[in-house]
Design a protein around this ligand. Sequence first.
Ligand SMILES: [Zn+2]
Ligand SMILES: [Zn+2]
Length: 474
Amino acid sequence: MSSLHDHNVCAHKDLTSSPSGYAEQVGYVRPSAEQRARAAGLKRGQQVAEGSFPAPLVLPNDDLDLDPKWPPQNVRSWVRGKERNEVTDDRRTLYIAPPPRIDSEVKHMQSWSIPCRASDDDSKTRISSPNAHDVAQYLQAFFCGMQVNLLEPSVVPLNFMRWQDDKRRSKKRKRSDEVPSIALANATEAVRIRSRRCPDGAFLQQLNLNDLLDAVISNLPADAYSLLMLMEQDMYEEEDDDYCCGRAYGGSRCAVVSMARYNPTTLASNISTLTFSHLWPASHCADNVNGLVIEALSEKGGKGKRQLRDDRQTSHGGKTLTLVDLTSSSPPPAEPASTTPQFESAMVEAVRRWAANPNTTQESRWLSHICRTASHELGHCFGIDHCVYYACNMQGTSSIAEDRRQPPYLCPVDAEKVKRAIAGKEKENGRWQTDQYQALLRFCKDRMDKDEGDLWAGLAGWLESRLKECREDL
Ligand SMILES: [Zn+2]
Ligand SMILES: [Zn+2]
């Protein structure tokens, strides 16, 4: 048990409920409070508990910086979505496939999931990756009302093996640096999976995501609403990607999540110490938000290159940003006080509980990252697009640091979509939201009983406050 990253280097005294001052400069215009309430399907006069649902941060190089005009998807446009699959009595099960096993003829693959930059200390105490059963338990709470099952290896044995064509070819001339081709096979068929050297050297080799998704599609059980496969190995999607952590083909009801980049050893070499002290919920600390904007601007726009592709190809036509020193520009316009209760809110409680419970294990921290990403990708399987209304589990992500600043909960707009998908029309679904909050709270408390704080403690604080707010609304 250790407190690996100091949650308390900063007092996180002031939290911000607005986008960063930088957002305005890049042309992100947030829908108004009235538009947000309508987007969530609320009736005229009904309001969102705005203080508990802060705005997306929109920091430099965040997804909404790269795509500030991403079209909002309100509940109505989600209902009309053509690609969306209905949850039916025959298809009510979310399947989670544990990472495929590795056959002995491709056993060199075992080294692919070990971070290359692990120090000697790290390799002595190899951290074991999250257990698919724990991830499934979290998703059972998150998608409350669905059935969540593991795709049992005894029923569908997914194995990495050598690609048969490659056996024949290996007799012929072969480049010395060529790695044997891999296939992902179940009991009856095999799909070829391309691999390549990892461009940033974080791992030895990474697998092609599109090939993996093809393999997942061919293993979709008849009663599945969707199937999510967990991966030990790093992945890439396009030639010019560094890596990709997760992707869903919503219409085809399939998703793949790689756990590799969330390995605490890899994260430690990819995220600055400052970022670690301000993961969600402390990402909404005003000093942190201002500090990150100033830091990025002083680096003259930072790297600018998108390191991680998350689930959606975006057309980003060579726009150059004029970076303005925000310390000398006016602050973003504040919303009327009546719609922005000043943090007598779930966010205050989340930060307080998170800061008070920094202790956790590396394994637990890794699990929390995977639970969040898995719930995001499955959200796409429910037809949900990236969120531009609030800080939300369904926001697009352009870096691992942004990923870890985003919340695990759904904003009111996206929660309404999941609620309607699972629990049906308005009149029947009254208790879904509080049921989901309670199920997630039980999950967090189970983890906290094992002395795991960190994200679970922050989320527990947020959920308890929200449950109180929901009771007051009745
Ligand atoms: Zn996404
Ligand atoms: Zn949202």
